[in-house]
Design a protein around this ligand. Sequence first.
Ligand code: F6P
Length: 360
Amino acid sequence: MSKRIGVVTGGGDCPGLNAVIRAVAKASAKRGWKCIGVLGGYEGLLEPRRTIPLDHQTLSGLLPRGGTILGAANRGKFSAKVGHGETRALPKELLEAAMQGMDALGLFALVSIGGDGSLSIAQQLFEHGIPVVGVPKTIDNDLEGTLFTFGFDSAVACATDALDRLHTTAESHNRVMVLEVMGRYAGWIALFAGVAGGADVILIPEIPFSYESICTKIQERENLGKKFTIIIVAEGAREKDGTFVTSGAHTKTGEARLGGVGGIVSAKIEKCTGRESRVCVLGHLQRGGSPTTFDRALCSIFGATAVELVAAGEFGKMVAFTGPQIGAIKISDAIGKLKIVRPDGNLVRTARALGICFGD
Ligand code: F6P
């Protein structure tokens, strides 16, 4: 009987998940292994077990398709995140039940595709004896040890396109337009899209802002005859001495649901400057749809490299964009701490050199 390998996707969805699944399945088939997809996150390993074969038929058309054919799950028994940076130890019985699931399904290894939360689960499964390899996923790009996670480029492309569109309407109406983007406690999406989309102001969690600074920037533009201003704000951005803006109750996992800072910034600016201002919250548009060409290539490399790691018996590791090559690091080195934007980093310095204001 041929060897069987499992693939599981955890956490929220992200452009490129299907492309990774496809790459893992194709690279496995090349080695003569059968690949199966675990449905609904890690819970698919538990009774009643839910899986699908990842054969030529299932893989058809997957490369450009958004979402995940395996279903996403960031709630339930296997949620390992409790809050900002904190993880929860999963009960021994649950880890044992997952191990039994691996045996019952005849799986000799598991490829876990996920962000900090799902990879924290992967690490615990690995410590319990399950041979796991990780693939870093998140539009937020906030995982340690890898320059890029897949999905990030697609989210940035979406936000940049939104900025292009907001430019023309802002200019026509002489307005301030504020675009709120995702990213949780890291400002990568706002920073990359802000530079790529020519924003005048970029607000990120790593650089707390003041309204005085933003309004001065708007005035400077007015003095140059520019009667509109484009602001991109990360959902986790906050005022100096301020706190994160949340959009409601904490989720079941205990994670705060961020959102709403864009509306606050817009209203405050309108009041301070007397100039009309509007907010646009990009939301889950950033997570949906087809992955960019870069993400499709990255997903293909990540998936194929994950299979190489399995073949080499390098378990407990995560594929990583370490540059210039795709390499691997220990999963334990990637989780539990966020990779955030360095205020003195290259792109922040570039943005400042181009006259972009960070509100500080
Ligand atoms: O981590 C990815 C992410 O899209 C964040 O940028 C955002 O804060 C969060 O997930 C939204 O999660 P949900 O879809 O559960 O509201």
